[in-house]
Each structure stands twice: as structure tokens, then as C-alpha cells.
Design a protein. Sequence first.
Length: 117
Amino acid sequence: MSHTDPRSLQTHDTGESVELPHSHGPTTKMFIAVWIALLVATGLTVLIASIDLGALSAPIALTIATIKAVLVILFFMEIKYQTKMTMTVLLSAFFFLGLLLCLTMADYISRAWNATF
């Protein structure tokens, strides 16, 4: 019994093998490094929450949360190693989410809050 390369496919018509491109996926070291970065960011979030920064507390916490979300999306969901089309779809989804949030906030701040009932 011979060993065949799992990256090659045999076509049913001609019997010839077609070589698939090599994928450079994530390594175990990289997963551990990202996990440690997520742990550090979580610790930083807890530290920031215990310090009174006034109006800066929420933006700093949201920035840290965004960084953690990007790390999870890129590495654990392996979006970094996908095609450019996948990245385009992901970025367009985030663009429209941001647009939706901006329009919602524009509506929220433009309401007449001092109206009497």
C-alpha cells in the first residue's frame, strides 16, 4: 500500500493528480501566543475597571474588547488564512454594522428628551 499526498486530488476522468496549493495555517505556538495575549488583555480590562478613569473608562474598555475580538476572529476563526473574498465579506459586514450603529446613535441623540408628557 502506497502513501499518497493528502494535498493532491485524483481526477476521475483522466486519473491524473492535481496539486492543491500549500496552506500556511496557524501553528500551536501561535495559538498559545494569542491565548496569552487574550489573557493579558482580560487582566488589563479588569485592572482598568478597578481604576476610576471617569469618561475614559468605557472607551478604553471597548478598545481592549475590540482588540480581543479581532484576535479571536483572525486567529481562532482562522480568517487570516482564508481567501481575500472571505476577508472582503467580513470587512463589509463590519462596515454595515458600523453604519447601522452610527445611524442608530444619530437617531438617539436627535430626540427631544425634554418633552413633557
